[in-house]
Write a protein that binds this ligand. Structure first.
Ligand code: ATP
Ligand code: MG
Length: 430
């Protein structure tokens, strides 16, 4: 048997319904805030990620799915969306004209990590990116959008962590002071010993418990913010005053391009992999990728971790009408009727295997059918069908002509599903 690749999971029904519901809610909230969907390729030139994310990051140093294509060009399965959103926006000249450009995208990401709960090699993100403004209002808006989405999804127990990483000017002094501290302490992990020299900020993101302990006395970025960054940060906090947020002076993100506002949403109930979403400003990224000097910010929600947290609400599907036919001609008749019901917006199905009445009825039962329409040779002759209500087990014979309005009537009594697809019944007759 051929199995799936390690760290890559199948998402199966009924779980897929929960995914659809979450994506639907995300689309609604994005629309409310003026964001439009952008759909991007899964494969990009390796250079795009290497240049933007940063050589010394975990992603670029050890997690990318990189390979040579048939022409020998190095390509990479996307590990994150921001760099490619910026690439697409520049390439398609979407930045022209005034106003903030707001995009969202949903889909799989790939990172070669050690698979465990909440950590996969193919996982999914809900991404939000806003380009073209440095206004603190935009930072606040993006964070409020994220919180609104999580709240609509019914996510209760989360914490919002907030920090500012300053601008390249204030980062410079911080970097020097941090590097000094990192040299003064001993016992850093192998990676951090290298990062000390190549990119000291990355040490702050180290997952090793020992390095984390050593970091307790390290200088914090907030003490090094320049007046402009300091003011930006306080405006963001003031705009978010109504929210419970925690300042997290050691919060950095796993990518090099972040500046100023940085945030993460964590859930204590997730255990070790506790970050549900992360994001922040990336004011230097557009320029770094060859575009104008335009600021931007965004976030990414990890969808697997999100699903793990959501209350397990049962999502009801549309009430099903199941057709049961006995004999070749009745089956043909039923098959035509099936299409008519579907065209009229009724979820309906039948079995194609010429099974016995009993077997077909038990299939209908297993599928959770609300109503069953039965027809045999006799019904065909009289142009009638038997309609059975599966909840009450009541059965009646009705003219085929009356079937659609009758189904509509009976189904109105059944609950419509959580996606709000109510059946529309047209005047279709047999
Ligand atoms: P972590 O610190 O957990 O490795 P990260 O900083 O690498 O996260 P980001 O690059 O900020 O993560 O991605 C945003 C979100 O995507 C994370 O908060 C998390 O929910 C999710 N995520 C990241 N990597 C994985 C993965 N390998 N499997 C599942 N979800 C992931
Ligand atoms: Mg990671």
């Amino acid at each position: 048997m051929i199995t799936a690749i390690r760290g890559m999971k199948d998402i199966l029904p009924p779980e897929t319904r929960r995914w659809q519901a979450v994506e639907q809610t995300a689309r609604e909230v994005f629309a409310l805030y003026g964001y439009q969907e952008i759909r991007l390729p899964l494969l990009e030139r390796t250079e795009l990620f290497a240049r933007s994310i940063g050589q010394e990051t975990d992603i670029v140093a050890k997690e990318m799915y990189t390979f040579l294509d048939r022409r020998g060009e190095s390509v990479t399965l996307r590990p994150e969306a921001t760099a490619q959103v910026v690439r697409a926006v520049l390439e398609n000249r979407l930045l022209h004209g005034a106003g903030v450009k707001k995009y969202y995208t949903l889909g799989p990401m790939f990172r070669y990590e050690r698979p465990q709960k909440g950590r996969y090699r193919q996982f999914h993100q809900i991404n939000c990116e806003a380009l073209g403004s440095d206004a603190p209002e935009l930072d606040a808006e993006v964070i409020l959008l994220l919180l609104e989405l999580l709240q609509r999804l019914g996510l209760g127990q989360v914490r919002l962590l907030l920090n500012s990483l300053g601008c390249p000017a204030c980062q410079q002094e911080f970097r020097a002071r941090l590097a000094l501290y990192l040299r003064q302490q001993t016992g850093w992990c192998h990676d951090c010993q290298r990062r000390r020299d190549t990119n000291p900020l990355r040490v702050l993101d180290c997952k090793s418990q020992h390095c984390r302990e050593l970091l307790a006395g390290a200088p914090v970025m907030l003490d090094f913010l320049c007046p402009a960054c300091k003011q930006h940060y306080s405006r963001v906090k003031a705009l978010l005053a109504a929210q419970t947020l925690e300042e997290a002076p050691r919060l950095v993100r796993g990518l090099d391009y972040y500046t100023r506002t940085t945030f993460e949403v964590v859930a204590t109930s997730l255990g070790a992999q506790d970050a549900v979403a992360g994001g922040g400003r990336y004011n230097g990224l557009v320029k770094e990728l060859g575009g104008p000097d335009l600021p931007g910010l965004g976030f990414a929600i990890g969808q697997e971790r999100l699903m793990e947290l959501l209350p397990n609400k049962e999502t009801k599907s549309s009430p099903l009408v199941f057709l049961v036919a006995l004999g070749t001609q009745p089956r043909e008749r039923a098959f035509r009727l099936l299409q008519q019901l579907r065209q009229a917006g009724l979820a309906s199905d039948m079995d194609f295997e010429e099974r016995s009445l009993k077997a077909q009825m038990s299939l209908a039962h297993r599928r959770g059918a609300a109503l069953v329409v039965i027809m045999g040779e006799r019904e065909l002759e009289t142009d009638e069908v038997i309609l059975r209500d599966m909840t009450t087990s009541r059965q009646q014979t009705i003219p085929t002509d009356c079937l659609l309005p009758r189904l509509a009537e009976q189904l109105a009594g059944c609950q419509s599903n959580s996606f709000g697809n109510t059946a529309i019944i047209g005047g279709v007759t047999g």
